[in-house]
Ligand binder design. Structure first.
Ligand code: SF4
Ligand code: SF4
Ligand code: SF4
Length: 267
């Protein structure tokens, strides 16, 4: 039995949690999320390099929340998502037990949110290297070239909203795209409407995106929409020296005003 399975079994047997959210191999061997409630079934839990999905998105789902206290297998992006969700009052720290995973795949001893905070603080919080390299490439382009790149990419979007559904920070019960009074975003997929949708989402994620890359991985058309929110994460850090998901009481960058703010963005 792996360390993760043993820990999950112990938590379920002692009734410290009622469900453990983790990863398992599906019937075809493809990794999928697992929701284990029976201590006798924790053997199905695995962790390997294919366990990439950000499981934190399930913490705000009614179907999972109503099971009771939740244990969750958490790599760094999942831990940062948990911090964000607590700071935005979407989950309660006391309802979550973190089965932390180190960068080299080992089970960490995360006794509480203070321990998790300390672990996050000593980690690399920048965007993943391959995404940072792509952003650097894009940032070398002229405005017109950048616009052309995104116009081409976003014209492929079919508005399936898998990017939104997979993002732990897109937890709104009713997304702005689903509102029709007023209709902010056109229902049909067309290039201008798709650009509107992605600008709206990127702005909603500014200072909140924890750079997990899940939205890009979820896209069936391989549109690198995660680069939009990651670019804003970079900007947030450059302007405000804040990384999202590093504290349970962090204030939202986009909705916090200080009288001595530079206001250099006002034109
Ligand atoms: S990378 Fe995408 S899925 Fe992950 S937090 Fe940012 S916007 Fe959400
Ligand atoms: S795109 Fe904006 S409104 Fe829609 S779910 Fe995400 S954060 Fe909420
Ligand atoms: S997942 Fe891809 S195709 Fe679907 S809405 Fe997002 S960007 Fe568009």
């Amino acid at each position: 039995m792996s360390n993760i399975a043993a820990k999950a079994k112990e938590l379920l047997e002692s009734k410290a949690v009622q469900v453990v959210i983790g990863y398992e191999a599906g019937p075809t061997g493809v990794v999928r999320p697992a929701f284990v409630t029976d201590p006798a079934k924790t053997d199905s839990l695995i962790y390997n390099e294919n366990c990439l999905q950000n499981l934190a998105m399930y913490l705000t789902k009614h179907e999972v929340k109503h099971l009771g206290k939740m244990g969750i297998v958490a790599t760094l992006p999942v831990m940062r998502s948990i911090m964000m969700l607590i700071s935005e009052q979407q989950v309660v720290a006391e309802n979550i037990v973190v089965l932390g995973i180190s960068d080299d795949g080992k089970l960490l001893d995360i006794a509480d949110m203070n321990v998790m905070k300390a672990h996050i603080e000593k980690s690399n919080l920048g965007n993943p290297t391959k995404d940072q390299e792509k952003l650097a490439e894009l940032n070398k382009l002229s405005l017109e070239e950048k616009f052309k790149f995104w116009e081409q990419e976003l014209s492929k979007c079919i508005k399936c909203y898998a990017c939104r559904q997979s993002c732990p920070m897109c937890y709104c019960i009713r997304c702005s795209t689903d509102c029709n009074q007023p209709q902010w975003i056109p229902v049909q997929a067309n290039t201008q409407g798709n650009i509107d949708w992605h600008i709206l989402r990127a702005m909603h994620l500014a200072g909140r995106c924890i750079s997990c890359g899940e939205c890009g991985r979820a896209c069936p058309l391989n549109i690198p929409c995660h680069l939009l929110t990651m670019q804003l994460s970079d900007q947030t850090y450059n302007y405000f020296k804040v990384h999202a998901g590093t504290s349970v009481d962090m204030k939202s960058v986009m909705s916090t005003f200080e009288p001595n703010d530079k206001e250099s963005f006002i034109i």
